[in-house]
Design a binder for this molecule. Structure first.
Ligand SMILES: Nc1nc2c(c(=O)[nH]1)N[C@H]1C(S)=C(S)[C@@H](COP(=O)(O)OP(=O)(O)OC[C@H]3O[C@@H](n4cnc5c(=O)[nH]c(N)nc54)[C@H](O)[C@@H]3O)O[C@H]1N2
Ligand SMILES: Nc1nc2c(c(=O)[nH]1)N[C@H]1C(S)=C(S)[C@@H](COP(=O)(O)OP(=O)(O)OC[C@H]3O[C@@H](n4cnc5c(=O)[nH]c(N)nc54)[C@H](O)[C@@H]3O)O[C@H]1N2
Ligand code: SF4
Ligand SMILES: [Mo]
Length: 732
């Protein structure tokens, strides 16, 4: 098996493109096309194509590291694991279980996310676990649960997109963030459908659109309310649908009516004729969709903002109907599954709630512990990071690089440094791993088997395709060894299929029910959409999972097993009464509006050739050549005002700190807004500037808007990415 080509999936984003991975006889590993996977049909972006380079021992960690006299030095696995378990145990004795923190990631497989959540609650007994998905799509998840009773990013497969009439893409730059998915939108347009893109920048995605709306960052809520106002004023409400399938319309309608188009134009900068044009394009065809990504979600009002876009779908009868609906384009490789199986602070596997007594009983039963022994909900990701060194004394981190990716990153870095003990499991020496007391080098995607759940809600099997270098162990192995050292001998197997078997049982009967999914099925089918209970379709009435009957996953559907659920909500929503709930929302300002001292808005995001904190992709030469470093996108008028030419180093200053990067002068951005990608550490780190103001429901930080000023930077050398870091203690 391990000399042949193995069909598997990309390690990076939530599209989870299919690819073939082949170890080469002369050494090295090749990634090739895999046309049989319907989502990408063989197409890969540059990151996927070059992913195998990070498997090379030259790019990654191959031995555990422990801190000795201030420096990280190689150690044996026994020494490293003893040290982690010893420190966690001692910290717990001295300060209690909640002094132990655990931080996970949406890139971890379902098996790992499940095991990590179980490890925190059963072995450590701590409530203090959360993960980076909180920084990603948590606002859309919260809004989906509020309106539909269930959060699955896309309630339909991507293949439905070309067949609808109009798609509104809100704050997604998928031409750069999910390039192979652009095909679905080009097909939509060649089928006669239309694409509306809402983005403060004229991105590569916006260039594909029939209509581009460019609101000021942080004003999508007003925009959606304004569009709903026009819908009502023009008599385009679907009254029968609203009556039969929703509740809460009167209040939502009243809120929209208070948002006159002219008022909305003043808030957003989007001209009234464009609002009317958008409503026409959205309402005329038989079916239409709204898809959101990080633009509207990463706001301190992200949940309400997504709620307002869902309202637009509900008022026009465009949810829970064929080829219509609201969806969130989830980002990380396992961004969907990673939010379902218990690494979130308030959650148990199967998307169950930690404070639900029935859920506690069920999962405690599977885990063989008393329900009362399970801790309650803990802090959200930023709040957890902010508590490091005070309430939380020791942290185990798996699958995230917050030194680069967390908001107000210099403060987070300082909090990490103030810990008594930090252990990081990673494949590379990330900027966060550099601060650790123990670094555990782990196996990666192509070296291990495990499942991920794509942005479509499609559970997929990533297969082991190559032999890992000696010296690395799997995350599951690490958790098992730590559990044993902390006195829990059983329940943390190395074998991912065994973990998945337990996850199936733990998820059975929950909203994200995986109990009917097996590794065998996943090797035979191109993924299975959850919910997929362990009995044939139609034999129980799992709330809101209607539509199961018309699955498209093929063979298994006929064999007396549940076929999975590609399309949700067609008969009813997952609420107790089966109706979708309008969200009662009003526009409000961002947490930090521009003022005289900080007159501009900074927004942040991604470029096609780097992934997230860059920990993996900055180790690939071809990607670095394409995207060598940070930059500040600014309008020519703003550039002229501060005297900056294209390429000049400019300083962006916020209340959190100062970052310096070359200017990229372009008319593709609003003159009142600057943009920075967040993939790099050091003086160009965008997150030195960002505001950790949190959404009250989702606890999502406001990555997409903060107040800044921009000035020509002084000659290189004296900047330092942040005053906050300069004040903190040096390396341990
Ligand atoms: N190349 C690459 N691909 C990736 C990733 C990566 O790091 N690199 N990461 C993956 C992950 S985890 C995620 S979450 C996805 C993210 O995928 P996207 O959401 O597409 O990525 P972003 O660039 O963060 O944001 C999208 C757009 O939002 C716009 N925007 C900024 N502020 C606002 C606003 O206030 N309102 C609106 N409407 N738009 C705004 C930005 O200009 C940007 O073009 O990408 C995934 N794919
Ligand atoms: N300013 C700004 N900041 C942002 C965003 C933004 O738009 N603007 N977006 C936010 C979003 S959407 C996200 S998702 C976060 C992501 O930011 P991070 O959480 O930092 O995500 P990654 O950079 O993917 O970090 C994953 C780390 O885990 C390692 N890793 C990969 N696979 C495995 C594995 O299987 N096991 C282990 N143990 N480690 C592994 C990688 O090498 C890497 O070091 O950033 C957020 N930060
Ligand atoms: S689009 Fe996403 S899943 Fe596909 S190859 Fe690129 S990074 Fe990988
Ligand atoms: Mo993300």
């Amino acid at each position: 098996m391990e000399n042949a080509s193995t069909p598997t999936h990309c390690p990076y984003c939530a599209l989870q493109c299919g690819m073939n991975v082949t170890p080469l006889p002369q050494g090295g590993v090749e990634v090739t096309e895999r046309p049989d996977f319907p989502v990408n049909r063989g197409a890969l972006c540059g990151k996927g194509r070059t992913a195998a380079q990070v498997l090379s021992p030259a790019a990654r960690l191959t031995a555990p590291l422990v801190r000795s006299r201030g420096r990280l030095v190689e150690a044996s696995w026994t020494e490293a694991l003893d040290r982690v378990a010893g420190q966690l145990g001692r910290t717990r004795e001295r300060h209690g279980a909640d002094a132990l923190g655990v931080f996970g990631g949406g890139g971890l497989t379902n098996e790992k996310a499940y095991a990590l959540g179980k490890f925190a609650r059963v072995v450590l007994g701590t409530s203090q676990i959360d993960y980076n998905g909180r920084f990603c799509m948590s606002s859309a998840a919260a809004a989906g649960i509020r309106s539909f009773g269930l959060d699955r990013g896309l309630p339909f497969p991507l293949e439905d997109i070309p067949k609808t009439g109009c798609v509104v893409l809100v704050g997604s730059n998928l031409a750069e963030t999910m390039p192979p998915a652009l095909r679905f939108f080009s097909e939509l347009r060649s089928n006669g459908g239309t694409l509306i893109v809402v983005d403060p920048r004229r991105t590569r995605t916006a260039e594909q659109a029939d209509l581009h709306l460019a609101p000021r960052p942080g004003t999508d809520l007003a925009l959606a309310l304004g569009l709903l106002h026009v819908v009502v004023a023009e008599g385009r409400t679907d009254e029968a649908y609203v009556r039969e399938r929703t509740t809460g319309w009167a209040e939502a309608r009243a809120a929209a009516m208070a948002h006159w188009p002219e008022y909305v134009e003043r808030i957003t900068g989007v001209p009234v004729p464009q609002l009317r044009a958008a409503v026409g394009m959205f309402c005329e065809p038989e079916a239409a969709m709204v898809l959101t990504a990080r633009g509207p979600e990463q706001q301190s009002k992200g949940t309400d903002t997504v709620g307002a876009w869902i309202n637009l779908c509900l008022a026009t009868g465009r949810a829970g109907r064929p080829l219509s609906g609201y969806g969130c384009l989830t980002g990380q490789g396992n961004g969907q599954g990673g939010r379902e199986h218990g690494q979130k602070s308030d959650q148990l596997p199967g998307y169950r709630k930690l404070d639900d007594p029935d859920a506690r009983r069920h999962v405690a039963g599977v885990w063989g512990v008393a329900p009362d022994s399970l801790p309650g909900p803990g802090r959200s990701a930023y709040e957890l990071l902010d508590a490091l060194g005070t309430d939380i004394r020791a942290l185990l981190l798996m699958g995230s690089n917050p030194v680069v990716s967390a908001p107000r990153a210099a403060h987070v870095e300082e909090r990490l440094r103030s810990l008594d003990f930090l252990a990081v499991a990673d494949v590379v020496l990330s900027e966060t791993a550099e601060l650790a007391d123990v670094v555990l080098p782990v196996t990666q995607w192509a070296e291990e088997t495990g499942t991920t759940t794509s942005l479509e809600g499609r559970v997929l099997l990533r297969r082991r395709a190559v032999v890992p270098p000696p010296g690395v162990r799997s995350d599951l192995h690490v958790l098992g060894e730590l559990a044993a050292r902390l006195g829990v001998e059983k329940g943390f197997p190395d074998d991912p299929e065994e973990v998945f078997g337990e996850l199936r049982r733990a998820s059975a009967g929950g909203p994200a029910d995986y109990s009917g999914i097996t590794y065998r099925r996943l090797t035979e089918e191109n993924g299975v959409f959850w919910p997929c209970p362990d009995h044939p379709a139609g034999t129980t009435g799992a709330a809101g999972t209607a539509g199961a009957g018309e699955s498209g996953t093929g063979a298994a559907g006929t064999a007396g097993v549940h076929p999975g659920t590609p399309r949700l909500f067609l008969d009813r929503f997952a609420t107790t009464d089966g109706r979708a709930r309008f969200a009662a929302v009003n526009h409000r300002a961002t947490a930090e509006e521009p003022d005289a001292e900080y007159p501009l808005v900074l927004t942040t995001g991604r470029v096609v050739s780097q992934y997230q904190s860059g920990a993996q992709t900055r180790r690939v030469a071809e990607l670095n050549a394409a995207a060598p470093g940070p930059f500040v996108e600014l309008h020519p008028r703003l550039a002229a005002r501060i005297g900056a030419a294209d390429g000049d180093p400019v300083a962006v200053v916020s209340r959190r700190g100062r970052a310096v990067a070359p200017a990229r002068v372009t008319t593709a951005i609003r003159p009142d807004t600057v943009f920075m990608p967040f993939h790099w550490p050091g003086e160009g780190r965008a997150n030195t500037l960002t505001n950790p103001a949190l959404d009250p429901t989702s606890r999502m930080p406001e990555f997409k808007s903060c107040a800044v000023r921009v000035e020509l930077a002084e000659p290189k050398g004296r900047t330092g990415a942040s005053a906050e870091v300069a004040r903190s203690r040096g390396p341990q």
